[in-house]
Design a protein around this ligand. Sequence first.
Ligand SMILES: C[S@@+](CC[C@H](N)C(=O)[O-])C[C@H]1O[C@@H](n2cnc3c(N)ncnc32)[C@H](O)[C@@H]1O
Length: 215
Amino acid sequence: VRRMFDDVVPRYDLLNDLLSAGWNRRWRRATATALVVEPGFRVLDLGCGTGRLGELLRPTPVVGVDLSLPMLVEARRRVGGRAFVQGSAFRLPFRDRSFGGAVSGFVLRNLDDLPGAFGELGRVVRPGGAVSIVDITEPPGRLRRAAFDAYFRVAAPALGALAGRRAEYRYLVRSLANLPPPERVGKLLAAAGWEDVRWRTLPPGMVTLWTARRA
Ligand SMILES: C[S@@+](CC[C@H](N)C(=O)[O-])C[C@H]1O[C@@H](n2cnc3c(N)ncnc32)[C@H](O)[C@@H]1O
């Protein structure tokens, strides 16, 4: 996973904008807006990539963590003066209760052990701290689901091929199937010690935003 993301960095933001027709910006904005954190606490951006979600939380101090060093280098170049740390969602390089809250954008589907990642996230967020997580999910309803499947089977690999990144965009399509349905992800959050777990579909219907609070 790390090598795949290392390789895709130079065109990552551009391809995101193309693939989502610009919607990814609104999804990140909704995710950042949904997070309420007490003043004075830092927020973790889990799987920060190029830093585009965490930067929306300004002026709250944000620490970005990611597996991929080239992503972190690009994040530091773009965002500047902020903390970006290499590390894994399964073993975060932070002390217990270091953060007042956390955000995460489009990372879940890359994680093969969601219970482990949610537990680890709960370790580093202080009790009462909030989390706001967004990722691509299959839309409800047969028609919309068929359109979604067709779009990702055809458009993503085609754009990936244009960008010379066919294999990486095939991975994107495969990874979409990894993520369980929204309610199952909600149950996994609750089982990992998160409470007040909620989720809602964001327009145009292919993305879910989960929010929860650390018990
Ligand atoms: C699709 S990108 C999303 C980046 C960013 N959050 C955004 O909104 O654009 C997924 C990111 O998750 C990172 N990632 C994947 N698996 C990870 C893991 N186990 N621990 C930490 N980061 C991970 C990847 O390196 C990549 O930068």
